[in-house]
Write a protein that binds this ligand. Structure first.
Ligand code: ADP
Length: 299
């Protein structure tokens, strides 16, 4: 269990990137959702021991992480948003280099360990090819290979599916799911679908504050019966956006369709209730600044 208490990070400026986040993260896959600038990367960097918070506490399985972040490093894997590769190295040479940098101790030799890790992330076929010819998905999988070296208890993955095509994304999901079977995996993303597919639990942050710590099922259940969809003219769609909480407005074959959140069930004429998606729940949280309890109608 990773326990975070009252985490605050103020950057010079001052910019209050985290304003008192308290969260308990169990083993398995945990999603961290929020818009750009919400504080997700800051949160991940603090958890990874790469950035000192202004105040607060973090413990992993009862051990204080902040007191001595170096002590945590062997138990930690981190795939940052920007991951640097040497394009002219082969996959295997790149991975061996990363393992050396990480100070990974491999009793059977680094070369053997690199082969083992490449196999785990389904990259054996590309081991001898230069990284510059690899797809985005393959590079991300190499990033995971270095992150899981040493079998860390905690794996932190920051925005990993941006830029991947749907097939690569699927493969990456599968790999993350496997990695989460016996460890804590924290997946930071602004793609709600990633969380809907992968995470039994997730948190939402906005402007450095926690809006939700819940499951996809509970988040959807909170707004069950409160999401309506209907047709609108362009002018009506614009009007709804000003006067209601609109979770989606799109044009299908020349017709505007709008999804709106109505807490008290008073839908506009012609609108029908629809089954809420996690994206609806997320957008209602964002637009109202509420909590799962408040969007569900609890006082
Ligand atoms: P996210 O990952 O959710 O996009 P970040 O953690 O990167 O959010 O950023 C949170 C806030 O902190 C933003 O307002 C961002 O501009 C600011 N910020 C991030 N890094 C720094 C920094 N090194 N110095 C000053 N402000 C920063």
């Amino acid at each position: 269990m990773l326990a975070v208490r009252d985490l605050v990070k103020i950057y010079p400026g001052p910019v209050a990137a985290l304003q008192g986040v308290t969260l308990e993260i169990p083993a398995g896959m945990f999603g961290l959702l929020g818009p750009n600038g919400a504080g997700k990367s800051t949160f991940m960097k603090v958890l990874a021991g790469l950035l000192e918070p202004t105040s607060g506490a973090v413990s992993l399985d009862g051990d204080d992480v902040l007191a001595d972040p170096r002590r945590l490093w062997p138990r930690l894997g981190y795939l940052p948003q920007e991951f640097g590769f040497y394009p002219h190295l082969t996959g295997r040479a790149m991975l061996e280099h990363l393992l050396k940098l990480k100070g990974v101790d491999a009793p059977g030799g680094l070369a053997n360990y690199a082969s083992e890790l490449l196999e785990k992330v389904n990259l054996t076929f590309a081991a001898k090819r230069k990284v510059k010819g690899w797809s985005g998905g393959m590079r991300q999988r190499l990033g995971i290979a270095q992150a899981i070296a040493g079998n860390p208890r905690l794996l932190i993955v920051d925005e990993p599916t941006a830029g991947l095509d749907p097939e690569e994304r699927q493969r990456f999901y599968q790999l993350l799911g496997e990695m989460a079977q016996d460890r804590i995996v924290i997946l930071s993303t602004h793609i709600v679908e990633d969380v809907a597919v992968l995470c039994p639990r997730f948190a939402v942050i906005r402007a450095g504050r926690l809006l939700a710590d819940t499951s996809p099922r509970d988040a959807r259940a909170a707004i069950d019966g409160k999401i309506y969809e209907g047709r609108a003219t362009a002018a009506e769609a614009a009007q709804w956006k000003r006067s209601r909480v609109v979770t989606q407005a799109y044009l299908v074959e020349g017709q505007h369709r709008v999804r709106i959140y109505e807490q008290n069930g008073a839908a506009p004429p012609g609108f029908e209730p629809v089954v809420p998606t996690l994206e609806d729940a997320y957008l209602v949280l964002m637009r109202t600044g509420g909590t799962v309890a408040s969007i569900g109608g609890a006082k």
